[in-house]
Design a binder for this molecule. Structure first.
Ligand code: SF4
Length: 754
């Protein structure tokens, strides 16, 4: 029996956990009160991380398809099958015949952050897709356009603010997203205690909205209109003042004033469902409160004008004087070295079938099924899915499900047989979340304090189980033409040398112009992710520079600090963090202009009639993860929430079955009548629907829920980034009995007429 401290990798909050471990079992979990960021906070998912590790359905050995069945195999055999099948496809059809889908867990995983890139380089394909285009891609687009760097995303400095305005986010449940803010409930209490306020703009009274001083139940998909009117109010009422600290680092204010002039509060009020006086008051509050933050999340990104809404969030923060100052929206400074960006652009290539533009090196996942199913040169014939379940997570899941069945080769790196990996020819399971080390390369870039926190493996993986880094290296080696037995040590050393070469060549690194061999020797005996992490930390802005800054960080420092190292509150970073061509904040980037034109064209349209569907998130789930943990599955999480007025009008009873139908599909769901929603809006969570043939998730199958992405329309995308519209989907809802009756009547009518 022993105690282990580690960071929870299950969501963006990155809480510190204190685990009691007996052999390979976790017997107790509590929040690590000494953790420098999370301060002892723990949610139900983190509390059950031991169940996730012990899950009997979690794969411990690879599977390969033989005679149509997925059977256990050894690692060498599994890699041989990949090598045998991949090489001829690439030889005959070229590198773009291999597609890659990256699921969200890749950013929660040190190996994923460090070794996916070498794999993508080895594959040389442009057909890269990820969960970003059903999530936050619009924010990357707008940050890229405005700041030049798609990762320059400011976060609310919640610990010092007086006013927090949240649009389309539910951080009391998520503990932040694109905002690493563990113990959001505690931090909100502290905001209140010092006299601060919170406003939530959301069609649903979420758990966050329920605690707000003001909740504005906006119509789904109209955040861009609301924000444009807030910005226009700031201009018209003489409140637009970015502040002295930004004045010399900013351009485009007058152009933005002109672009947004038609969007007066009166012009948008009906569309948004928020009256003009309230819009004006919101603008005034943001500009006149000493320290204020405006934060937008999923409800603002997975909509038709998601990139413009994301851009407007930052425009309003700039105009209201709240960007890059304590208590406002600030840019975290991660401890590891980040290479300078070239100025952001988009559309460097386009998808083959629908001509959709690339953004940050990937294509919209809404067109993945098209690229697999449409014959012709460049057709995707092999797909590598890394920690993803796109059948559940991406638009028109039924069509993608059918398309995957037609691939020549599907390789899944996944610990489960899911709705997606059940189609695989080879499944390569990574070690469990406790069998690997951890450092958050992604989320330290969104954290409310600058911190660095490393966790070694908690439970030693079986000796014959390659870690995730070596699985990814093996795939990269195969892509480069190797066959088993693979030289993974050599491949790892090659990746490390490449990184060291890049670091010493980068004048912004703390090891600039040093000798690569000397730097690699200084890292010592470390290999794998730890070698790369040590290089990045020591070259980073807080690093020891391999001796040039003796008090700086190294991996050894973090190993000696199991609760993490606190590097302090967020500090102003403009202009050093800008990567635009001008070196200034480009408010009126031409990349945004087509989105403004599209929004302007819709300005005079009346509010849409009919029901629209939005998603929702529950504290006990995170996308499709953790649904196989029995302790997290009490009660029914996957219901269709309906407002009482709509339920009465449509004849829907609480607990009754209904058919929900969109342009592309239909599902049957159980009704939950609640006045948490605004009338005209229904809500179904995403990530469910685990009852497909072949899925090996025993707990999840017992209450599988329905796949909301059977309703998502792959033709309805954010204008600029191609991100799927998941919020505001037009739907019909009818009692399931009457729908079945209607179907029977229609069928008999067809029969009678034929
Ligand atoms: S909030 Fe996220 S990081 Fe914290 S314990 Fe829960 S799942 Fe883990």
């Amino acid at each position: 029996m022993g105690t282990a401290i580690r960071t929870c990798p299950l969501c963006e909050a990155t809480c510190g956990l204190r685990l009691t471990v007996d052999g390979d079992r976790v017997t107790h979990v509590e929040g690590d009160a000494a953790d420098v960021l999370s301060r002892g906070f723990l949610c139900p998912k983190g509390a059950l991380i031991g169940e996730l590790h012990a899950d009997p359905d979690r794969l411990r050995r690879p599977r390969v398809r033989r005679d149509g069945r997925l059977v256990e195999a050894g690692w060498d055999e599994a890699f041989e099958v990949v090598a045998d099948r991949l090489a001829p496809i690439v030889a005959e059809h070229g590198p773009n015949s291999v597609g890659v889908y990256l699921g969200n867990p890749n950013v929660h995983n040190l190996a994923g952050q460090l070794y996916v890139r070498p794999l993508l380089k080895a594959l040389r394909t442009r057909n890269i897709f990820s969960a970003s285009s059903v999530d936050q891609l619009p924010k990357h687009f707008s940050a890229g356009a405005m700041f030049g760097d798609p990762l320059a995303i400011p976060v609310p400095d919640i610990d010092r603010t007086d006013l927090l305005v949240v649009l389309g986010g539910n951080p009391r449940v998520s503990n932040g997203s694109l905002w690493t803010v563990p113990d959001l409930p505690g931090r909100l209490r502290e905001l209140r205690d010092r006299g601060g306020r919170m406003v939530v703009v959301d069609p649903r009274r979420t758990r966050t909205a329920a605690k707000a001083d003001l909740h504005l139940p906006i119509r789904p998909g109209t955040d861009a209109l609301l924000l444009a009117a807030v910005a226009t109010t700031l201009f018209v009422d003489g409140l637009a003042d970015p502040g002295d600290h930004l004045r010399d680092h900013l351009e485009g204010i007058e152009a933005v004033r002109n672009w947004l002039a038609p969007f007066t509060p009166e012009a948008v009020a009906d569309r948004c469902g928020i009256d003009a006086a309230t819009i004006r008051r919101l603008a005034h509050d943001l500009a006149t409160t000493e320290r204020a933050c405006l934060y937008g999340r999923l409800g603002t990104t997975t909509v038709r004008h998601g990139s413009v809404a994301s851009w407007l969030v930052d425009v309003v923060n700039v105009l209201a004087g709240n960007l890059d100052r304590p208590g406002g929206m600030m840019f975290p400074q991660p401890a590891h070295h980040r290479f300078p960006r070239r100025p952001f652009t988009a559309g460097r290539w386009h998808s083959r079938v629908r001509d959709l533009p690339e953004v940050i090196g990937e294509l919209p996942v809404a067109t993945l099924a098209d690229e697999i199913a449409t014959p012709g040169e460049g057709q995707i014939r092999a797909l590598i899915v890394l920690a993803g379940n796109p059948v559940i997570s991406t638009p028109d899941g039924d069509r993608l499900d059918a398309a995957l069945a037609g691939l020549d080769l599907l390789v899944s790196v996944d610990p489960y047989v899911t709705a997606t990996s059940r189609h695989a020819d080879v499944i390569l399971p990574p070690p469990s979340v406790l069998e690997r080390s951890h450092y958050d390369l992604a989320f330290t870039g969104f954290a409310v304090r600058d911190v660095a926190n490393y966790s070694p493996t908690t439970i030693g993986p079986p000796t014959d189980h390659p870690d995730e880094a070596r699985i990814l290296l093996a795939l990269a080696a195969i892509a480069l033409g190797q066959r088993p037995p693979l030289d993974l040590d050599g491949a790892d050393a090659f990746v490390a040398r490449l990184l060291a070469d890049q670091i010493v060549a980068d004048p912004t690194a703390r090891v600039a112009e040093r000798d690569t061999d000397a730097v690699l020797r200084a890292v010592g005996e470390r290999t794998g992710p730890e070698r790369l992490l040590d290089l990045l930390l020591r070259a980073g802005p807080y690093g020891d520079g391999f001796g040039s800054h003796p008090d700086g960080l190294s991996l050894a420092t973090l190993e000696a600090s199991p609760h993490g190292v606190d590097l302090g509150p967020l500090r102003p970073r403009v202009p050093d963090n800008l990567a635009t061509a001008s070196g200034r904040i480009e408010l009126a980037s031409e990349l945004i202009r087509p989105g403004i034109d599209a929004l302007t064209a819709e300005l005079d349209q009346p509010p849409a009639d009919g029901l629209v569907l939005i998603g929702r998130r529950h504290l006990r789930t995170n996308n499709s993860w953790s649904h196989n943990v029995a302790g997290l599955r009490g009660g029914s999480l996957c219901t269709l929430q309906v407002h009482p007025d709509d339920a009465g009008r449509l004849g829907l009873a609480d607990g009754g079955a209904v058919t929900v139908r969109s342009r592309v599909g239909a599902v049957t769901a159980t009704v939950e009548v609640t006045d948490d929603l605004r009338p005209g809006v229904v809500s179904l969570p995403h990530g469910f629907g685990h009852d497909l043939d072949g899925v090996e998730l025993e707990v999840a199958r017992r209450s599988p829920g329905v796949n909301s992405n059977r309703l998502t329309d792959p033709a309805d995308l954010d204008v600029l980034s191609g991100t799927a519209v998941l919020n505001g989907i037009p739907v019909e809802v009818v009692p399931a009995d009457s729908d079945a009756e209607a179907t029977r009547t229609a069928a008999s009518a067809v029969g009678a007429g034929s």
